[in-house]
Write a protein that binds this ligand. Sequence first.
Ligand SMILES: [Zn+2]
Ligand SMILES: [Zn+2]
Length: 148
Amino acid sequence: MNKMKDTDEIEKMREILRAAGLRSTPARISVLITLRKASKPQTHAELSDKLVPIGFDKATVFRNLSDLTDAELISRTELGDHVWRFEIRDPSHDRSSHPHFVCVECGTVACMNGIELPDEKMKKSLNISRISEILVKGHCMTCEPVPR
Ligand SMILES: [Zn+2]
Ligand SMILES: [Zn+2]
């Protein structure tokens, strides 16, 4: 695997922030890098656990999560447990193109490809103008092993 050097990554984050019209601050860059490295959506508490030890306080983390959400660089989802989780928004990854499975316990998200979505005719009959996201909730194998 081709691992990107940290300085390249910081420069890339700067570009992303600039393109979104945000000032690049160390906190914003750190939040973005942490979310990019994360394998699943992160809560404010989980991000604070990673960012407080390197010098950002919880309020700073929270404020920057809001700024980045407003700028649509990250997305905020609530999986039914009243806790916001944040993840990098990938413009090339259209969340309406296939359903996503999300584990309500750990927040693991998996793309469910190969599932047929409602066609135009069905959407019309259901009075749906546009589908923004299809979320399938459940428990992952790690959180709830299948009994054998
Ligand atoms: Zn899980
Ligand atoms: Zn997906």
